[in-house]
Design a protein around this ligand. Structure first.
Ligand code: ADP
Ligand code: MG
Ligand code: MG
Length: 211
């Protein structure tokens, strides 16, 4: 079963919901190693996205919905994560083009383009204690699942699980990018907020695919 506009908008709605539910948790993580606004930033952004989602044409393609997320996040979120996630959704939209249905390889292309956009924009590598530490294992797991012939839902489930593990694995790291990099050893023992929100976003994608 391929994934169309219904999956895409369901993913976006579930993301807004889960970010709202985890707003305080993300704020707390960012208070520990940043400036405490990550939950606030993303909640504001996805609330703005939700307000625009109903205006999407019934004929819209998944890429149109992703582009709506991109432009809304870029204009409402600010900080480091606004342009980073905005670029991710913009590149994801570009990767799927005007396709109405996304098969496994399109799902992998979407995730890969999102990650590549974040890396292009933020120049972080795996191990720098950023959202890239969740995105890159997610992309790798998705690609492996796709090559093993798994369904779209299984590909997204693999990505979400790997992102959650990647987010947890940021805890012992010293940060080399973003605000947490100013803290040196004091960032050790704290999870990166952007890696955690990435795991939530990708879990929402997998949940939407299971229906
Ligand atoms: P700000 O740091 O401007 O307050 P947020 O709190 O919304 O922005 O987002 C912080 C998150 O952004 C970090 O937890 C990290 O995951 C991510 N981040 C910061 N800088 C980079 C970067 N150069 N590359 C990738 N991700 C980054
Ligand atoms: Mg912050
Ligand atoms: Mg900030």
């Amino acid at each position: 079963m391929s994934l169309g506009i219904t999956w895409t908008t369901d993913w976006i709605r579930r993301t807004a919901e889960v970010i709202g539910e985890h707003r305080v948790e993300l704020i707390t993580l960012d208070r520990e190693i940043g400036d405490g606004d990550h939950g606030e930033n993303l909640d504001r952004g996805f609330t703005a996205v939700l307000a625009k989602l109903d205006g999407l044409s019934p004929e819209a393609a998944p890429g149109d919905a992703l582009k709506l997320v991109a432009t809304t996040l870029i204009s409402t979120v600010g900080g480091a994560s606004g342009p980073l996630f905005g670029t991710a959704y913009l590149k994801a939209a570009g990767a799927v083009g005007q396709a109405n249905e996304l098969d496994g390889s399109a799902v992998v292309a979407l995730l890969t383009a999102a990650r590549d956009g974040i890396v292009l924009r933020g120049k972080a590598e795996v191990g720098d204690k950023t959202m890239v530490d969740a995105w890159t294992p997610a992309v790798d797991a998705a690609a492996a699942a796709q090559e093993a012939g798994r369904s779209e839902a299984e590909i997204l489930d693999a990505a979400a699980t790997a992102a959650a593990e990647g987010a947890a694995a940021t805890e012992p790291l010293v940060a080399r990018k973003g605000r947490a990099s100013y803290l040196g050893e004091r960032a050790v023992g704290h999870r990166d907020p952007g890696a955690q929100s990435t795991a939530l976003i990708l879990r929402a994608a997998a949940d939407a695919a299971r229906g």
